[in-house]
Design a binder for this molecule. Structure first.
Ligand code: HEM
Length: 523
């Protein structure tokens, strides 16, 4: 009997020994992080410096970007946001981290935020090896040059026209116009447009007034990926990933990938489409993976191009519409400028490039409604590096959170207000303007350096045209409903901004009144 009784007591002793060891280890780790870590000289809340848990909790709640902005307001330009991570909010840090100089390459991406699904190849966005990235980047960027975008202008115009005529049908039913979720319609247009631009095949969302299944799941996938990445900070908890992410998300990812493979293959088979100036037609294939993309890499790039080429535009454009509706005096100035174009057929890219207020509205939209609001995480090189004048050891996580710098009271007067005027040349040249000294170079929504956005010219062309066509054709009004009261800046961020429905009242523009007005002016 005696040995049997002793057995559980020994187990208990072992278990309490392990527990005591774990507790002591954790206490020791916290003390080390707070007082002996190389980053302990940097300011920040003690709880964030002690362990990564507050950071992870905010990633999972979608509040990290907002919270870090608050920390920057309290602690200054550089904040320690985890034991081994610093957040910077200076224009110098943007250059130090993301660009390459004669003395150092751009800081590398880490595996935490750039994993790939088992069995799937890397793509330009998550390629960690610099030479792989450079090869893919050269190929992908060639499809988005200014010249390539000019060749696609006709196609973008086609989808702007489709969006306008679909909305006309909805609003024509009543003189009061119609209350509709404008984000949903912008999403349809951007999604259809990138489908055609990339594969020569629209997703037909505008025609069907239905989301394509691909579009429905994107935001849920972002949320799951953010949660998964947050757990990677504790590699021994990696097994939790599978439990943390519902099976449905993995299945959806596989489904998306297959959908992309099918689309690419269909496009490549279609001989008569070879002359189209679409993205697939412009990418170079090379099975040796030396000069261009292998076919498997091309498959992996298809979902990236669809998501990066549509969701970013939807975020910025629906954000701009939200801010304009909450600032009707700015909307009125924009509307007047755009409607100075007499004929809709004269709304071309060339004409829009000259509309100073329109371009200022878009710049202010990019400052306030940054699509990649989760930030661009990087690691210091193994030998260490200098960021914003601070010498840092190797393998430290560094980041410039766009919200922290774009909405910084140090760099911008009225930082959270929507003021397109801060981008006008008259303001820049007027020392008496309160916005004269704004640090406009603190806003780099497309990032900078070798990993900056290759889709910038396309994004500008699409946002300019869709916004101009919307305000030229329709009058917008605020709606007093829960969805109409949505404040853009209060939404959560899971890698990208979670976009809630935004209701507006849309009415067909009344030409009669305008004509009468202009006739009176001419008298
Ligand atoms: C307002 C619109 C857009 C914004 C603000 C934006 C912003 C960005 C940013 C900040 C990055 C850097 C990501 C990183 O460092 O991890 C990026 C990368 C990228 N973007 Fe965009 N983007 C926009 C539109 C587009 C469009 C229309 C496309 C076209 C398909 C596109 C394709 C890409 C690609 C392929 C990359 C990866 C580049 C690389 O890793 O070398 N983006 N974008």
């Amino acid at each position: 009997m005696a040995p049997l009784l002793q057995y559980p007591i020994k187990t208990l002793e072992i278990l309490s020994g392990i527990l005591a060891f774990c507790v002591l280890y954790l206490i020791g780790r916290i003390i080390y992080n707070l007082y002996f870590h190389t980053l302990s000289r940097f300011p920040g809340p003690k709880s964030w410096a002690a362990s990564r848990l507050p950071y992870i909790r905010h990633i999972q709640a979608g509040t990290l970007a907002r919270e870090i902005r608050v920390l920057h307001c309290k602690y200054g330009d550089v904040v320690r946001v985890a034991p081994d991570e610093l957040s910077f909010a200076t224009p110098e840090a943007l250059q130090d981290i993301y660009t390459k100089t004669a003395s150092h390459p751009a800081f590398p991406k880490g595996a935490f935020w750039n994993g790939t699904i088992k069995g799937q190849p890397f793509m330009v966005l998550n390629a960690l090896d610099p030479s792989d990235h450079a090869r893919m980047r050269k190929d992908v960027a060639s499809a988005f040059t200014e010249k390539a975008v000019r060749a696609q202008e006709g196609l973008i115009e086609q989808y702007a026209t489709k969006l306008v005529s679909c909305l006309e049908q909805v609003v024509s039913k009543s003189e009061e116009g119609a209350v509709l979720d404008i984000t949903r319609w912008i999403n349809f247009a951007a999604f259809d447009c990138i489908g055609d631009l990339a594969f020569g095949e629209s997703f037909k969302c505008l025609e069907s007034n239905e989301f394509h299944p691909w579009a429905i799941e994107i935001l849920a996938t972002f949320k799951a990926v953010a949660c998964a990445a947050s757990l990677r900070y504790y590699p021994y908890l990696d097994w939790l990933l599978r439990l943390a992410i519902p099976n449905r998300v993995w299945e959806t990812q596989k489904y998306h990938f297959q959908l992309a493979v099918d689309k690419v293959q269909r496009r490549l088979r279609c001989e008569k489409e070879r002359q189209r100036p679409d993205v697939i037609g412009m990418l170079k294939l090379d099975e040796d993976g030396r000069e261009g993309l292998t076919i498997r890499e091309l498959h992996a790039h298809a979902p990236l191009i669809i998501i990066a080429g549509s969701q970013t535009i939807v975020t910025v454009l629906s954000g701009i519409v939200n801010f304009l509706i909450k600032n009707p005096e700015k909307l009125a100035i924009l509307t007047k400028e755009v409607r100075n174009i007499r004929n809709q057929s004269e709304i071309t890219q060339a004409a829009l490039k000259d509309l100073e207020y329109l371009n200022a509205v878009i710049k202010e939209g990019l400052r306030n409604c940054m699509p990649a609001a989760g930030g661009l995480n990087r690691l210091t090189p193994p030998a260490g590096g200098i960021v914003s004048g601070h010498q840092l050891p190797g393998n430290i996580h560094v980041n410039v959170q766009p919200l922290s710098i774009h909405l910084s009271p140090i760099y911008f007067h009225d930082p959270t207000a929507f003021i397109p005027e801060r981008w006008l040349s008259a303001t820049i040249e007027d020392p008496a303007s309160p916005y004269h000294s704004d640090r406009r170079n603190a806003v780099l929504p497309f990032s900078t350096g070798p990993r900056s956005c290759p889709g910038k010219a396309l994004a500008w062309a699409e946002i300019r045209l869709l916004l101009a066509r919307l305000v030229w054709n329709f009058d917008f009004e605020e709606v007093d409903s829960v969805k109409g009261r949505l404040r853009w800046e209060e939404q959560n961020v899971y890698i990208a901004v979670e976009r809630k429905p935004f209701e507006v009242r849309l009415k067909a523009r009344s030409f009669g009144v305008e004509e009468t007005l202009s006739e009176q002016l001419y008298i």
